[in-house]
Design a protein around this ligand. Structure first.
Ligand code: NAG
Ligand code: NAG
Ligand code: NAG
Ligand code: NAG
Ligand code: NAG
Ligand code: NAG
Ligand code: NAG
Length: 500
């Protein structure tokens, strides 16, 4: 895209802000002619409750151009622009209605309204990876995960109520395109689904055309009176409902983080990934549910993470591959089979044997230069080729993976000449508008609260830096902005952080 501009603006959940702000900044509509700059001290518009805000938000490792501006112009256009006035983004209205004001409702919904209070654009109709209570997902709409926990670039997973067949599905995306692979979860409501509802009391369900409902969880959620709630399609492909106690700070203790009550699918490692793609974990790795009931991606013996910062990106061999040359000693010398229990890569078979034993299975793979892994189960043996995909450790199952590992490290090979292309200082535009627990902002609040509370009751205080709370809430974005993503230069909100 031509204008690779870069900024970020967010809706922010301002936890516990209500008390502090009610005196200072009473609610008012965002009137025409209002604007925010990321050079301002407090660049955000808040909801009446003070719990949600829309504006700039400092984001770790995220870039923004200083001087970027959000305006509701005098002729009713909500606009994100650079310092010199170049347009970065504006919402696409469906008709030519004249916008008279904007507001952040107490639900967290940012709306543009006309003089007769008709809503002509709502952030709730443009979700990214999060739904909030009172938000619905209509046919044709979707949630898209972020790439990693901290990288807001479009990720590998989607959750959509399909417009054509009314089935609610979770699917992987063939990045860098947005092509969908087959569903790994679905509601089985072909031609019967109507809309997904996250209702006021925290229930998430799919309504059917005949009036029935399908609950997404069987659990009764925490009450929305006592808990903030959200449902997020996480970067690991799991939809989770999260809660965070509203009154947590009242006793001087912050909870550890948002906690999730249930997830969809229940066991993502075991999900049936159809079509192309590596599944939840990257190629050559396998998925394992850890003690916290979260998926983790592990490398088999002889393999390392491709990107140690992103364990979901797959693994690479750390030894030199077996040669297929007849007289090359490396055909078998220096290779051995190591076993990983209860693990399988169900795809990528190129050979299968029956009525054999484990030893024979391993030897056969060892002596076959095409073989990366052999899977042995109850007398059956399958040989797998690269890259290994959709690996899964299923505790207690009687399947065994035999991994071919070489002792000649890739480190010992003369180093390959790497492409020394100079990384251009690409400008990068973070394409999200979110509902977010502003970290720096919360830190400020935290400090304020800490200070405020510290005086009367010093000995009881055990405040925790809210930056560690993980209160991020990504709620909505704009496709146009996603397409503008590219490289980056300056960190987001440096000025903002400074001013805080
Ligand atoms: C996020 O991931 C994308 C794709 O890998 C990468 O280009 C970008 O630099 C990352 N952004 C940050 C801030 O790490
Ligand atoms: C505004 O700044 C951008 C880069 O930030 C530049 O590409 C563009 O040409 C500038 N436009 C004007 C009118 O100066
Ligand atoms: C806010 O704007 C709406 C119309 O967009 C209007 O009905 C309402 O009275 C305004 N509220 C205030 C407090 O100005
Ligand atoms: C939300 O949905 C649940 C389950 O359908 C229902 O019991 C509850 O009354 C609903 N709450 C509201 C406020 O509509
Ligand atoms: C609605 O349709 C679903 C599935 O098609 C069925 O299970 C349910 O019984 C129907 N409900 C009513 C009220 O007809
Ligand atoms: C959905 O959940 C609500 C609240 O827990 C419950 O009252 C209702 O019976 C459930 N409906 C179905 C179809 O399971
Ligand atoms: C690898 O193992 C083979 C056979 O055991 C041995 O001959 C060779 O020296 C080993 N190579 C390295 C680099 O350790």
């Amino acid at each position: 895209m031509a204008s690779l501009l870069h900024s970020i603006f967010f809706l922010i959940i301002l936890l516990h802000l209500a008390l502090l702000t009610s005196a200072q900044s009473p609610y008012k509509n965002i009137t025409l002619g209002s604007s925010l700059s990321n050079l301002d001290d407090n660049p955000q518009w808040t909801s009446q409750s003070g719990e949600f805000a829309f504006g700039f938000h400092p984001q770790q490792g995220k870039p923004v151009e200083r001087g970027a501006k959000i305006q509701l112009t005098s002729n009713g256009v909500l606009l994100l622009s650079t310092q010199n006035g170049t347009e970065i983004w504006k919402p696409q209205l469906t008709d030519n209605s004249q916008v008279a004001s904007a507001a952040i409702l107490n639900t967290g919904n940012l709306v543009l309204t006309t003089t007769d209070s008709t809503v002509v654009w709502a952030s709730f109709d443009n979700p990214t990876d999060t739904l909030l209570p009172t938000q619905t997902l209509e046919p044709g709409y979707k949630l898209s995960s972020r790439l990693t926990e901290k990288n807001y670039t479009l990720g590998r997973f989607g959750f959509s109520l399909q417009a054509d067949n009314r089935n609610l599905v979770m699917y992987t995306i063939a990045l860098p395109t947005e092509v969908r692979n087959g569903a790994y979860w679905d509601s089985n409501t072909v031609n019967t689904g109507q809309r997904l509802v996250f209702n006021q009391s925290g229930h998430i369900y799919l309504t059917l055309r005949n009036g029935s409902i399908i609950n997404l969880s069987s659990e009764i959620p925490d009450s929305t009176r006592d808990y903030y709630q959200r449902a997020t399609l996480d970067f690991d492909g799991v939809l989770r409902q999260y809660t965070y106690p509203r009154t947590s700070a009242s006793n001087g203790r912050w909870p550890e983080s948002w906690s999730s009550s249930w997830s969809l699918p229940e066991n993502i490692c075991a999900a049936n990934f159809r079509g192309y793609g590596s599944g939840i974990c990257g190629f050559n790795s396998y998925c394992r549910i850890n003690q916290a009931q979260r998926p983790e991606c592990e490398c088999p013996p002889g393999y390392n993470y491709l990107d140690p910062q992103n364990t979901f990106a797959g693994c690479k061999q750390n030894f030199v591959s077996q040669s297929c040359e007849k007289n090359d000693l490396r055909i078998t010398h220096g290779f051995e089979m190591r076993s990983v229990p209860s693990t399988d890569w169900p795809f990528g078979d190129y050979e299968g044997f029956k009525s054999v034993n484990e030893n024979w299975c391993g030897e056969t793979c060892l002596n076959d230069c095409f073989c990366a892994v052999a899977i042995f189960r109850e007398g059956s043996c399958w040989l797998k080729r690269f890259p290994l995909s959709r690996g899964y450790m299923n505790y207690g199952s009687n399947v065994k993976a035999l991994i071919k590992v070489g002792n000649f490290s890739t480190q010992q090979v003369p180093s390959v000449v790497l492409d020394g292309k100079n990384e251009k200082e690409n400008k990068w535009f973070q394409p999200v508008i979110t509902v977010l627990g502003g970290c720096a902002l919360l830190t400020l609040l935290f400090l304020l609260l800490g200070f405020y509370r510290a005086r009367p009751k010093k000995q009881n205080i055990r405040l925790q830096d809210p930056c560690t709370l993980g209160v991020n809430l990504l709620s909505f974005t704009y496709k146009e902005l996603e397409e503008a993503t590219n490289g980056y230069n300056e960190e987001l909100g440096k000025g903002l952080l400074h001013s805080l």
